[in-house]
Design a protein around this ligand. Sequence first.
Ligand code: ADP
Ligand code: MG
Length: 645
Amino acid sequence: MTPLIELSAIKKRYGGGDRPEVEVLHGIDLAIYSGEFVAIVGTSGSGKSTLMNLIGCLDYPSAGCYRFAGQDVAGFAADQLAWLRREAFGFVFQGYHLIASETARENVEVPALYAGLPEAERRTRAAALLERLGLGSHLDNRPNQLSGGQQQRVSIARALMNGGRIILADEPTGALDSRSGAEVMTLLRELASAGHTVILITHDREVAAQAERVVEIHDGRIIRDSGPTSPPTALPLPVLDATRESTASLRDELGEAIRTAWRAMRVNRGRTGLTLLGIVIGVASVILMLAIGEGARQRVIEQMGSMGTTIMYLGSKAPDTGGPVGMITDDDLAAVQKLPEVHRIMPVIGDPTLVRHGNVERTIYVFAGGETMPEIFRWPVAHGRFFTPRENNGLAPVVVVGNKAYQHFFPGADNPLGRHLLIGNAPFEVIGVMSGRGTDGWGQNYDDMVFIPYRAGRARVYRTQTQPDYTVIDVVSPAVVDEAEAAVGSLLIERHGRLDFAIGNAAAKIKAEMQTRDAMTMMLSLIAAVSLVVGGIGVMNVMLMTVRERTREIGIRMATGARQRDIQRQFLSEAVLIALTGGLIGVASGLGIGFALLLWNIPVVFSLTAIVGAFTCAIATGLVFGWLPARQAARLDPVVALAGE
Ligand code: ADP
Ligand code: MG
């Protein structure tokens, strides 16, 4: 018959490297058969725990061969060893090794979690086991609310959770009073007679005597062995297929990781809160900076760019070298109009002029321009219509009044259309009213003006005027404003032979203004992004601390069968959960502060891209900065981790 556990010439050395090497086990030969109840007895320091850790696959031997059900364990990968711990072994430790933050029932559930048992089954089974061990009324107690004996019974229930074919108990009664100790021993005896293989480690000969077989160890050598027994019953072993994966669905595993993570976060509320704050500030400031930047940008467009980001002004002036003021002729304008960069032009004459209606008399600005004015200035007519090219060419005496001018000349009248205004000495028929516009970024109030066709203006109002006051040039696109300025400049220099004109490039000014704003926004967003990274470093910091504090918990989880992947996933979930929570609060506070600013009349324009981007960055931060601590946790050695704290 193949022994269940077969150790041959097993040696274990500690130290090495810069520390002195000590050999603790000097060649152990031991065969244990399925269903046996074996006590390994020896004085303190004789190597019992070391031996148990080797048998339980928590540690590996320095030399020798360990066969489990005939298979050499040396060839098993970390995850396969985890499988063995999960499916075959159940550990009971002197110090109970329960997870302090979880209830009795949850502690018992842990091994099943890694075996992939569905939650409902897990809960029922854990409760049933605790019930059987007399802890039915303590399911929801945490370890610190239980006595030593009760805690040890919880840990026995945990050992049985996945079947516990082989119970490895290291000094299970060591920390207990004699009555609780006796109870635990009774339990172990019952389990042994039910077919569990029980390996009990103790320094107490009386305790050892309760087992059916006693192996005595002294200074790392077996000095006595009462010999194998042939137990009447033995539980069948699970099919030893170490390549088998856990059957748990990814959703279950993730759900569990998130639940555990959430609990861990709640336990350390203060610390978690502070870490969150870093992410919150990062996310909120990225969102806010971009929103404020965009708000400012749009206000610039609104104020200065309402006339379009494609507009330039052309006027004549006296050349710097002396001589008469230049003259922009109709031929000049026709040539400018032909430039490929130019979309349309509009000569304008405008001066404060006396305007009368009935007995209302007022000096206002009379704007004589082209029929394209509403399009060029992106300014619609509210009532009636604007004049047509034909009316312009035909010197038609028609006028469109600004909103304020309308209220001034026709107070209370709902329909001014068809009435007449006397501009200078010429009567003009009102054909439309402009919509309200307000003061623009250049300080002009266009509402308090009236608009007449350019030609009619020259013929009937501005008769002494020999050329337009200025000409609006609307170029084909914002991208060509600089080229257009250069083209118009060189064309007119060619025609005039001197620089007797000036071009005011409104579009370029707007562009420059926007570029400054964009640079500011960029810089502030960069600072905000840096604060997000700082938040991420905070997450990493707190995760590293968590891993250190919870080393023993990690050890317990590994001893009960968690794979490296499970541990990694758990800690990564915690980091991501912190980042996610921080990201959500950050988005909320960014929006909240933004709306508050809006109430204060500070322009804020939220960008969905910025919000989604900042949130995604927060999560990515959690993943990136949580990865290292999670990996560190996953790579811990089970024995080292168990001995932690
Ligand atoms: P027991 O459980 O029988 O009391 P242990 O197996 O815990 O004994 O320890 C056996 C010997 O190995 C002791 O002398 C102990 O100091 C030593 N030892 C145990 N673990 C380590 C370790 N990680 N590094 C160095 N020495 C160790
Ligand atoms: Mg020990």
